[in-house]
Write a protein that binds this ligand. Structure first.
Ligand code: AMP
Length: 195
């Protein structure tokens, strides 16, 4: 089973690429943000707790997020692979993911696609997206800026360990959706053929 991480700031295009790539290769798309929003819509306990953090533009605590993700992963033991969109966002989340993959002999983190992009571009993208999706955390400029700050502070450096050096592939997120997906597809094909 292969495990592919799409990593980068909010609004960098991870979700769009995750959708394209998961369809193309028949992989499971796991977006923690989407799962949280689904819980919020259904007004579950988890949804109520998560909304407190999400509406502030800060990370949901690790315990809550890792528990939720571990439950999701256990639904997909038979899958060819998983694309993670918006997870992990802390070092603890990396450890937790490695732990569950080891525990159930599901393979390892194969590739981390690291999207980089200028800050002013993502702010514009998020505000534009908010108008269409009506996501509260995308429409309010203060929340948008806090999410970007949260990314810089809590998330951006989590792969800073020589262990991941050979797994990280950097990509310029200001390129077109198509150009980026072709690039990612090539790398995944190489991975599938070498396995
Ligand atoms: P996203 O849809 O990935 O932009 O996530 C929306 C919001 O959900 C984030 O701003 C966080 O509050 C929360 N969230 C999503 N994924 C995670 C995660 N891996 N760890 C903590 N909070 C998360």
């Amino acid at each position: 089973m292969i495990h592919i991480i799409l990593f980068g700031p909010p609004g960098c295009g991870k979700g769009t690429q995750a959708k394209i790539i998961s369809n193309k290769f028949g992989l499971i798309h796991l977006s923690t943000g989407m799962i949280f929003r689904d819980h919020m819509k259904r007004k579950t306990n988890l949804g109520k707790i998560a909304s407190f953090y999400i509406n502030k533009g800060i990370l949901v605590p690790d315990m809550i997020t890792t528990n939720m993700l571990n439950i999701e992963i256990q639904k997909h033991f038979k899958a060819k692979g998983i694309i993670y969109d918006g997870y992990p966002r802390t070092k603890n989340q990396i450890f937790s993911l490695e732990k569950i993959l080891t525990k159930f002999c599901l393979g390892k983190i194969n590739i981390i696609f690291y999207f980089f992009i200028q800050k002013n571009m993502i702010i514009n993208r998020l505000l534009k997206r908010g108008k269409i999706s009506h996501r509260d955390d995308d429409t309010d400029i203060i929340t948008v800026k806090r999410r970007i700050k949260e990314y810089d502070k809590e998330t951006s450096l989590i792969w800073n360990n020589h262990k991941w050096e050979n797994s990280i592939i950097k990509l310029n997120a200001s390129f077109s959706v198509e150009k980026i997906s072709v690039f990612i597809e090539e790398k995944i094909m190489n991975l599938l053929y070498s396995n």
